[in-house]
Design a protein around this ligand. Structure first.
Ligand SMILES: [Zn+2]
Length: 485
């Protein structure tokens, strides 16, 4: 049900007021820009509505609004953090219609300022526009806010978090690249980080193409030119991995949903049946031609040597057939007959290569999930059929939760289940109950200390962890540790 908060001048059907569009021949650039904004706002509205019903919608609307995101209080004239949080509470309490009456209609707030209560800033191109022009965007902000899970107001302090960990026995832990970066493992999926800058010279439109299944099938050399930088190069794991394993040892871990592909959860002691590797892992590899599977380590030597790993079964099958092609000079004919052993009975059918050149064995692909590939089946199965009924605490660590569908797990679980967030920076697109900010290894160290759990790990340096509550946010705490180096 769309809110009726911001009724535009000529609202036809949806809550977004779509002013009549000027035809391109007569429109000024400014008008075109505004028309485009109106269209994209209408598009966003639709997506917001879709997202409420559909579990597998992508988060594109988040991406668009991301450009307008800011923290409350960041710019002059915006709501303070306390004010913003009060306004958001009022919206839920009174509903959008009464909320709009109490704020806009009463003249207490302009739409421009109200936007900042939802962590959005006014777009620059609306700078000189009347306040009504902010209504469509405000409607999107309100719709988006109402689609979010509401923060549980009774959980705020670090000790509340500690108490929740103590009393819970079915914890879902959602992890991302941030829990492995202290080992020097790159956060390779996100833009602007180390690995992608190495990719610029490959001439791809979007660095994410490296992990696109179609690109891989066209030209595996692109992926394998960077693969040696992302294969697990260590058996070390972080204090945060250890913390998750400790939850398991204490009978508290329901499931660890990991977006990481380094397989270090297993090394740290999280059992396979408590771990869902949402994006697959380097633990296995599969031939793209024949589906032959091997252990992941089997292809590591090739990857490290900069060689594209080929399927051993395909090679076996091609070997006897090779001399039939016009490359017989390379084929050891005598050995062919001796080795003939039934492997080649249907080889000729496989030979559909029009180039008629060197026989091609299939390329081995690590079992990490590429863009364009389905996520592992066990992901949604476990969540819907096993975890949703049992979970009593959600702990999100080291991920900004921007990649679907993992990002949608938290919104999909029952909203009364408390949710903790451990990461360097707070996020605005999800309302967590308590934000524990800082280096996640430092945060878990302090949590363990308060829990009385002994965190034995060589990366835990001597020294004290300092915790400061961020001004204006009673549930946001910043953890730092001074090391004497
Ligand atoms: Zn094969």
């Amino acid at each position: 049900m769309p809110p009726a908060a911001a009724e535009g001048p000529s609202a036809p059907q949806g809550p977004v007021a779509a002013p009549p569009l000027t035809t391109p021949e007569t429109a000024t650039p400014e008008e075109l820009e505004r028309a485009a904004v109106t269209i994209s706002v209408a598009d966003l509205e639709e997506r917001v509505a879709d997202t409420r019903d559909s579990w597998e919608t992508d988060s594109m609307y988040e991406d668009i609004l991301e450009t307008l995101e800011q923290e409350s209080g960041d710019t002059p004239g915006s709501c303070t953090p306390e004010e913003a949080s009060r306004l958001r509470r009022e919206l839920r309490e009174y509903g959008p219609v009464v909320f709009a009456q109490r704020t806009l209609d009463s003249g207490r707030y302009t739409a421009r300022k109200l936007l900042t209560a939802f962590n959005l800033k006014a777009p620059a191109f609306l700078d000189d526009c009347p306040d009504e022009d902010f209504h469509p965007l405000l409607t999107v902000a309100i719709t988006r806010e109402l689609a979010k899970r509401a923060k549980l107001t009774r959980y705020n302090t670090v000790n509340d978090a500690v108490h929740l960990l103590q009393r819970s026995s079915n914890v879902i832990v959602l992890t991302g690249a941030g829990i492995s970066t202290s080992l020097g493992i790159p956060d390779f999926r996100s833009k602007g980080t180390g690995l992608y800058s190495k990719l610029e010279h490959l001439g791809l439109n979007d660095p994410q193409e490296v992990f696109d299944i179609h690109t891989f099938k066209d030209d595996p050399t692109i992926f394998y030119s960077v693969a040696k930088d992302i294969i697990p190069s260590t058996d070390r794991y972080t204090p945060t991995h250890k913390f998750i394993a400790m939850l398991h040892e204490r009978g508290k871990l329901l499931t660890n949903y990991s977006q990481n592909i380094d397989n270090l959860e297993i090394v740290a002691g999280v059992p396979k049946d408590r771990l869902i590797q949402c994006h697959g892992s380097f633990g296995g590899a599969t031939c793209v031609e024949c589906g032959y599977k091997t252990a992941g380590e089997d292809i590591f030597p090739d990857i490290r040597a900069g060689v594209i790993p080929k399927c051993p079964r395909c090679i076996q099958r091609l070997r006897p057939a090779a001399p039939k092609r016009k490359r017989s000079s390379e084929g050891p004919n005598g050995r062919r007959r001796r080795r003939k052993n039934g492997h080649n009975d249907d080889d000729d059918d496989d030979d559909d290569d029009p180039a008629y050149d060197i026989p091609q064995a299939g390329v081995m692909k690590p079992d990490i999930t590429f863009f364009g590939e389905d996520l592992p089946d066990e992901f949604s199965k476990r969540l819907t059929e096993h975890d949703r009924e049992k979970v009593d605490l959600v702990v999100v660590i080291g991920t900004s939760l921007k990649v679907t569908p993992v990002s949608e797990i938290v919104g999909w679980l029952p909203s009364h289940i408390p949710q903790l967030y451990i990461s360097r920076q707070a996020v605005t697109h999800i309302n967590f109950d308590i934000d524990l900010l800082g280096d996640c290894d430092v945060v878990v160290e302090e949590l363990c200390r308060r829990l009385g759990w002994e965190l034995k790990h060589e990366m835990v340096a001597p020294g004290r962890v300092t915790v400061k509550t961020e001004e204006g946010y009673k549930s946001r705490h910043v953890f730092t540790k001074e090391t004497s180096e």
